[in-house]
Design a protein around this ligand. Structure first.
Ligand code: GLC
Length: 649
């Protein structure tokens, strides 16, 4: 409905920033008008009853207009190009990597000299792990930000970041960084002011005079780091109060019930947008709204907030997509893409953490039934949104898929998870994996898993035993895991070091700022002096690097690997093999993954029932042609191998 007063309200900042409504800024103005009712409604539903609601709304409209006014012409042009190309991020042409700038190569200036490395591998999308100021000893890998606008001097400065962005953009690459929305460091200016008793800033956080409300909250709030940071509140001696700190005690949760917090953080989002960020990773969005008596996760208001952010970003910086880093149960994750009239209007991306964990499940058990039992949920993702697909990232692996999925495969959920934890933590004597349990909850025995891709796939133990066969087997596993995440649909993001087969790095144990958090074992420091091994054919580095590179090439060659709701799972004729078809126009590609340590057989009949239009297949991985045989014959897939079979004309 047209709202005259709202129109008038928008006119004020628009005039102030001399927006050319009938000329060059007409598209922006149209977007603003078109989205304004939605913005106002979403805002009202969160803040309508707040005493400062009206002032903060005026600020909100100002913030949007200022963001657009300050956006460079180059970025505005890029916005238009992206809008014209439709959903630019669904394409098969993207392949990503996530990295810590310091551990990858030192600093931002050096990163700018490494773009050829990514080009060689085929990576054209970078996720830079947090680079804004964060106290060295209490940083949670940069996720405890003390200044949202100052690049931490360890990495360089904002100009260095801008140069990296510019060079990447010149090379046709895309940039992702984080907004750590849920909390700040306890050293952030707002926290420091709150400690000194400034009421305005105490209201930026959840601060209480005594333990009564904290106790009440904690009754229903699960602990995130039960070992290293039990509980959800910390005592603040400076002001004799308790503050909510869901993650570590040095990460204070921002209070989004206060509209000033929302508007200030929206301004930060636009600051990042105007640096030229293509995808903004919203850290821990499941936690951004708290309510007594609930788990304080995945609350409806958290979704309202994300929708509000999406609407605002769409007006001022429409070329920036949003990734919601919600690592939550399969049923919950789908809501981050939006529900009801907001379908495909919340986050553009979410992590396919369920699929990631299920690949690890299948690798340990050699059985793909749990993976298959979960797909009816995963397939609910709406058109126009996409997954980040991955095998490893900087975080732990959580086995958070539903018990019912495990039960559907005929297993006991408790025993099954216990087996997986023992398998990957190395507690099972015969397990090839070398990982560790992360955040064991002594009350529930819940635990997640740490370890690098290579170590969890057996490479670390194989090298230790100097066993060439085991080494080969683990490389096969690495490729199998990566292949499924490259071909299943979404934007694949490699974790740096995995393209070289880096095993666990245990040096974190001697650093007191890291030793309490074993996620550091899979966050390696890259040794560039050893990188010439990529060109020495018999080395692990060369084998893994070139295989990864070839998978990216195959992905980019076939449009069917774009994410267009174009995936059909194959009838499971063999429990060891997961298979799906990717299609695009007339292109049809069968992808089959054998998670067993033995060769597996798949009846050729499977291809006929799924509509192969010719008898000839081309395997892009082995670069061989195959003929679909008789119904009583089989395609044989070697142990821990996969095939990418395109139906030939
Ligand atoms: C996200 C990050 C994780 C961090 C947490 C708290 O989950 O991925 O590394 O510890 O947020 O910021």
């Amino acid at each position: 409905m047209y709202q005259y007063q709202l129109h008038q309200q928008i006119s004020l900042p628009v005039l102030e920033h001399t927006i050319d409504v009938a000329g060059k800024d007409n598209l922006f103005y149209s977007r603003f008008l078109a989205n304004s009712s939605e913005i106002a409604d979403l805002y009202q539903s969160l803040y309508g009853n707040h005493p400062n609601a009206s002032n903060a709304f005026t600020e909100l409209l100002q913030t949007i207009t200022k963001a657009y006014a300050e956006r460079s012409e180059a970025l505005k042009l890029k916005d238009e190009e992206k809008e014209e190309s439709g959903n630019w991020f669904l394409t098969n042409q993207l392949a990503g990597m996530s990295l810590y700038v310091d551990r990858f190569c030192g600093d931002l200036k050096t990163l700018n000299t490494k773009l050829d490395y990514f080009k060689e591998l085929g990576v054209n999308f970078l996720h830079l792990m947090p680079i804004f100021e964060s106290p060295a000893g209490e940083s949670d890998g940069g996720y405890a930000v003390s200044n949202f606008r100052k690049v931490d001097p360890r990495f360089g400065d904002i100009e260095d970041l801008q140069k990296v962005q510019q060079s990447m953009s010149d090379e046709g690459m895309f940039l992702m960084i984080d907004i750590v929305l849920n909390h700040t460091s306890f050293r952030h200016e707002w926290a420091e002011k709150a400690k000194k008793g400034d009421k305005k800033y105490q209201d930026y956080f959840y601060m209480y005079d005594d333990r009564s409300l904290p106790n009440w909250y904690e009754e229903t709030m699960p602990e995130i780091f039960p070992e290293s940071a039990p509980g959800s509140f910390s005592y603040v001696p400076e002001c004799n109060k308790w503050v909510m700190s869901v993650f570590h005690n040095y990460q204070w949760d921002l209070n989004y019930q206060n509209p000033d917090v929302f508007v200030t953080m929206l301004d930060t989002i636009f600051f990042y947008a105007n640096l030229g960020v293509d995808v903004l990773r919203i850290d821990a969005p499941a936690f951004i709204w708290k309510q007594l008596g609930t788990s304080c996760q995945n609350l409806p208001q958290a979704h309202t907030l994300l929708r509000l952010i999406k609407q605002c970003v769409q007006v001022a910086a429409p070329g920036m997509a949003l990734l919601g880093e919600a690592i939550v149960a399969p049923k919950e994750i789908m809501k981050y893409f939006g529900t009801d009239r907001f379908v495909a209007k919340e986050c553009d991306f979410a992590y396919n953490a369920t699929q990631m964990a299920l690949q690890w499940d299948a690798l340990a058990t050699g059985d793909t039934r749990v993976m298959l039992a979960a797909q009816h949920e995963i397939l609910q993702k709406p058109y126009g949104c996409s997954w980040i697909t991955y095998t490893r990232c900087h975080d732990d692996i959580g086995l958070g898929y539903d018990d019912s999925m495990i039960a559907a495969a005929g297993f006991n959920a408790y025993e099954h998870r216990r087996f997986l934890k023992e398998y990957y933590s190395g507690a099972l004597p015969d397990s090839p994996a070398a990982g560790a349990l992360f955040s064991v909850n002594p009350k529930t025995q819940d635990a997640r898993i740490s370890g690098s891709l290579a170590s969890l796939c057996g490479l670390e133990k194989a090298i230790r035993k100097n066993d060439p066969e085991e080494i080969e087997r683990s490389i096969h596993k690495i490729c199998l895991m990566q292949a499924q995440s490259f071909f299943i649909g979404g934007l694949p993001i490699l974790f740096y070091g995995d393209e070289l087969g880096y095993t666990n790095d245990y040096s974190y144990l001697s650093d007191p700022a890291k030793s309490y958090d074993n996620r550091w074992m899979h966050r390696p420091v890259i040794d560039w002096s050893k990188l010439d091994r990529i060109d020495q054919p018999d080395t692990v580095e060369s084998k893994v690097f070139h295989s990864t590179k070839r998978m990216i090439e195959i992905r980019k060659k076939l449009q069917a690997f774009g994410d267009y709701k174009n995936l059909t799972w194959l009838t499971p004729y063999n429990i060891h093999v997961a298979g799906f078809i990717r299609s695009y126009g007339k292109q049809m590609v069968y992808c089959l993954f054998n998670f067993s340590g033995a060769a597996s057989y798949v009846t050729w009949y499977a291809f006929k029932t799924h509509g192969a239009t010719s008898n000839k297949l081309y395997d892009h991985w082995t670069e061989t042609e195959l003929n679909i045989g008789g119904d009583q014959e089989y395609l044989i897939i070697p142990p821990y191998s996969f095939c990418v079979l395109e139906v030939m004309k």
